[in-house]
Design a protein around this ligand. Structure first.
Ligand code: PMT
Length: 410
């Protein structure tokens, strides 16, 4: 597994809720991605999960008490507050959210939050009625307005037997969020509605065969998670991929280019400030769909007639009062020439070109490298993980969108 959190220092704050039993798994997910994790238990959390097991999985001392002379001698609470790149509080109970909103410093965890400049994220976990209570929602909104990132909650079956929103996100999802938060400390897309396409499209030929491509969806999914971390409201239109949905993303699954075209335009019609086309859309589909499996006829070859698919990116770029549009280009040669030609032909604001076929880059790889073209020139983003690349690309996009708003308002 790629160490996407290498060198990152995370304080994991654990609230006193039943979801605390997942904390050791979360510590594992974070440490196996390379993070150093210091666990801090809120008052009473030790009733749900033991400091000893957390110490065993994190490999570092666990802190529980603000007034513990031994812990203070090892790493004082102010030092710990300065050490952290990210304070992730999971589970965040209704009581803990209220105390954080109130600026309380009545235990080690709340004191750390007040004393730290690190990004703070909370993963609420509570009964669905408690989550829906106006007091809780008010606290969560106040914390979000203050820059605290709110991760989830998910909906589903609850420990108390109720069903609804209030479940803590799963450890894997929280580790993905932590990755994004470590890159996107400043939410550059706050309040923007972003539509992203990802993955391949499959063009059916008959009930058993289709034309497809090697796209895994990793680049587009990384962009979707990164855009959420940057404060955007994200709709991800995904072709057939085997990836789980990044937390906070509204996902629409499609199969063919035509379905992707319709889903993207439906999402764009309900409000879209930025469209990013990371999907590898099939330019062509079989002219006709055979209702029954096509059969071999003797030793003869077969000629397949193809019809053109709609160009989703160009059609979004052509919308009246349309969004800022960013396209991708997968090229095997003459990268700049093809990328610039696509930038102009499809009339997009920005085009991110990747050279596919290079080791560790392009289709299905965990990393990638991009050269980003726009009217002002080009920027090279060296080979790095797709998550890190997604954040860097979004910063370029945010800068360009700021620039285009300024020139429009002149
Ligand atoms: O999914 P991964 O495995 O992580 O791989 C990532 C990737 C290589 C697929 C990604 O980085 C990438 O390059 N995506 C675009 C691939 C592609 O199809 O490029 P293109 O040059 O054929 O298309 C140019 C642009 O037009 C793309 O933004 C594409 O989404 C869009 N397009 C193309 C055809 C079409 N009919 N409609 C479109 O919208």
């Amino acid at each position: 597994m790629e160490l996407t959190l290498e060198g990152r220092r995370i304080v994991l704050g654990i609230g006193a809720g039943i979801a605390a039993y997942k904390a050791p798994q979360l510590v594992r997910r974070l440490t196996e991605r390379g993070a150093a994790v210091r666990v801090v238990l809120s008052s009473s959390a030790a009733q749900f999960v033991t400091p000893l097991s957390l110490q065993a999985v994190s490999g570092l001392p666990v802190s529980t008490d603000l007034l513990d002379p031994a812990a203070e001698a090892a790493m004082g609470h102010i030092e710990l507050a300065r050490w952290a790149d990210l304070i992730l509080i999971a589970p965040a109970t209704a009581n803990l959210l209220a105390r954080l909103r109130g600026g309380m410093a009545d235990d080690l965890l709340t004191t750390l939050v007040l004393a730290s400049r690190a990004t703070v994220a909370v993963a609420p976990a509570m009964n669905q009625q408690m989550w829906a209570h106006p007091a809780t929602l008010d606290n969560v909104n106040a914390l979000a307005d203050r820059g605290v990132r709110v991760l989830g909650p998910a909906a589903g079956q609850q420990a108390c037997g109720d069903e609804g929103p209030g479940r803590m996100l799963e450890p894997d999802q929280l580790a993905d969020c932590a990755e994004h938060l470590c890159y996107g400390s400043e939410p550059r897309l706050r309040g923007l509605r972003v539509v992203i396409s990802a993955g391949p499209t499959f063009e059916d030929l008959d009930p058993v065969r289709f034309l497809g491509n090697r796209s895994s969806g990793k680049m587009g999914f990384a962009l979707a998670g990164a855009a959420v971390a940057h404060g955007a409201e994200v709709t991800l239109v995904a072709g057939p991929v085997a990836l789980s949905t990044p937390a906070g993303v509204n996902r629409v699954d499609v199969r063919s280019a035509e379905q992707m075209h319709n889903a993207v335009h439906e999402a764009a019609a309900s409000g879209c400030d930025l469209y990013i086309g990371a999907a590898a859309v099939a330019d062509f589909k079989p002219s006709a769909y055979a209702l029954n499996k096509l059969k071999k006829s003797g030793d003869e070859g077969m000629t397949l007639a193809l019809a053109q698919n709609p160009d989703i990116l160009a059609s979004v770029a052509a919308l009246e009062n349309g969004p800022f549009t960013v396209g991708f280009a997968a090229e095997t040669e003459a990268l700049e020439q093809h990328a610039r030609s696509k930038l102009e032909r499809k009339k997009v604001h920005m085009l991110a070109a990747n050279r596919v076929g290079r080791p560790g880059c392009g289709f299905d790889a965990d990393s990638n490298a991009l050269t980003v073209y726009d009217a002002n020139g080009e920027t090279t983003l060296e080979q790095q993980s797709k998550v890190s690349l997604a954040h860097r690309l979004l910063v370029l996009v945010a800068d360009a969108m700021d620039g285009s708003t300024r020139s429009e308002s002149r």
